[in-house]
Write a protein that binds this ligand. Structure first.
Ligand SMILES: O=P(O)(O)OC[C@H]1O[C@](O)(COP(=O)(O)O)[C@@H](O)[C@@H]1O
Ligand SMILES: [Mg+2]
Ligand SMILES: [Mg+2]
Length: 349
């Protein structure tokens, strides 16, 4: 049963379990993550008064330098998951899978703090998670995470912005809950979201333009040409440097987000990690009627071979995601290439 706007996350979780009792463990895990998110939200909300949250520490598994807030968030979410029916955790901030409650039914992949480059400048950051069943294989400690994203029973992200939002799917639509700070409760503000099929906004870090492959360069070039190019309409560009914030914008307003692979060393598969970034976002997008691919193939069908594996990511309004795939297939709208590429101009390589 759909809950009314303003109802609590706890009520929504109860309703989901009433709909499908198999979701009980997933719902308990989501509740634990939400509690921790409120605590992290308070730290983020104190901003510079909380000390130097951007202070640099060790390198994480992916070679990124950990910031103080990365470590605080990792500890708080791990503590929360310890008290949930979770056996294993794959965290961006831990090299190997962490074993929490052996014998418990669930495995969680988590990016405790997304958008780390925004910490020091006091801008929006978040948390991303995907929940899936444990796969027992004594010969492979990572077996639970080597299943396609379609096995996820729940996924979500938190945005610590002007408001703190908790964006959730349990496979029955995507909803946004907003933190009511007076009661420390997440309340439903956006029920069963439907992303518009087409919109005039794209998000990409265009400073990497000279490293992109031809289809992505051509797609962005044609967006830039706007009403004078084959797309026949003008586009706007947004990039927050926090995947969670860009994903929330796409859910509410539509558009397309791209973090493709590129020619920089180590970036052949882009920057984002399959298990705790692209697969949860893909589940949330599909549940909102949007799409998510690596440019051509559905993200939710990809099986990780290692826990910190990266994948290119293109998600958002279905027509735009489909349009990107057409550029890869050579079926893009016909037109001469723009002078912005290949010759003198903004995007010259
Ligand atoms: O700095 P870039 O290359 O624009 O990358 C930004 C992207 O990297 C991320 O910050 C990666 O996440 P982490 O901060 O968790 O490593 C995304 O949130 C964001 O979309
Ligand atoms: Mg991240
Ligand atoms: Mg992170």
């Amino acid at each position: 049963m759909t809950q009314p706007i303003g109802s609590s996350l706890a009520d929504h979780l109860s309703a989901e379990v009433a709909r499908d009792a198999r979701l009980a463990d997933t719902a308990a895990t989501v509740a634990a993550i939400a509690e921790a998110a409120i605590d992290v939200s308070e730290v983020v909300g104190r901003g510079y008064l909380a000390g130097d949250l951007g202070a640099q520490g060790e390198q994480n598994s992916d070679g990124d330098v950990q910031k103080a807030l990365d470590v605080i968030a990792h500890k708080r979410f791990t503590q929360a998951l310890q008290a949930a029916p979770v056996a294993e955790v794959a965290s961006e901030e831990a090299e190997d899978v962490m074993v929490l409650n052996p014998g418990a039914p669930l495995a969680v992949a988590i990016d405790p703090l997304d958008g780390s480059s925004n910490i020091a400048v006091g801008m929006v950051v978040g948390t991303i998670f995907g929940i899936r069943p444990v796969v027992s294989d004594p010969s492979d400690p990572n077996a639970s995470f080597k299943t396609p994203g379609t096995t996820q029973t729940g996924a979500g992200f938190v945005v610590y912005g002007p408001a703190t939002t908790f964006v959730l799917t349990l496979g029955n639509g995507t909803r946004i809950f907003t933190l009511d700070r007076s009661t420390k409760t997440f309340r439903l503000t956006h029920d069963a979201i439907t992303v518009v099929p087409s919109a005039n906004e794209y998000a990409i870090n265009s400073s990497n333009g000279r490293h992109w492959d031809t289809p992505i360069r051509a797609f962005i070039e044609d967006c830039l040409r706007g009403s004078e190019g084959p797309r026949d309409r003008d586009f706007n560009m947004r990039w927050t440097a926090a995947l969670v914030a860009d994903a929330q914008r796409v859910l509410i307003r539509g558009g397309v987000f791209l973090y493709p692979g590129d020619n920089r060393k180590g970036y052949a598969q882009g920057r984002l990690r399959l298990l705790y970034e692209t697969a949860p976002i893909a589940f949330l997008m599909e549940q909102a009627g949007a799409a998510a691919t690596d440019g051509q193939s559905r993200i939710l069908d990809i099986v990780a071979t290692k826990i910190h594996e990266r994948s290119p990511l293109v998600f958002g309004s279905v027509d735009e995601v489909e349009c990107v795939a057409k550029y890869y297939e050579g079926r893009q709208p016909a037109a001469g290439r723009s002078p912005l590429f290949g010759q003198r101009g903004l995007m010259r390589s």
